[in-house]
Design a protein around this ligand. Structure first.
Ligand SMILES: [Zn+2]
Length: 77
């Protein structure tokens, strides 16, 4: 499970169950677990500080590179 944080204010955004190796480019909504900050308006996803961290694509959020950091483990199975 990965914990995503805003790169601007370092607030926790949400926990994400990532499958497979590689970069976190998108977050599928059905694998987002715990949410601390996720403000959605005008088709974008913001941190509570106002930083745009992603774009709403319906079933997933396309993440803005550099707008977030993450820690934790990727599940490779
Ligand atoms: Zn923030």
């Amino acid at each position: 499970m990965l914990t995503l944080k805003c790169s601007a204010c370092r607030a926790k955004l949400w926990k994400y169950y990532k499958i497979g190796p590689g970069e976190v480019l998108r977050c599928h909504r059905d694998r987002i677990r715990k949410v601390w900050c996720m403000e959605e308006r005008d088709g974008k996803v913001f941190c509570s500080c106002g930083k745009a961290v992603g774009i709403d694509k319906g079933s997933f959020v396309k993440m803005n590179k550099g707008a977030f950091t993450y820690s934790g483990t990727k599940d490779t199975t």
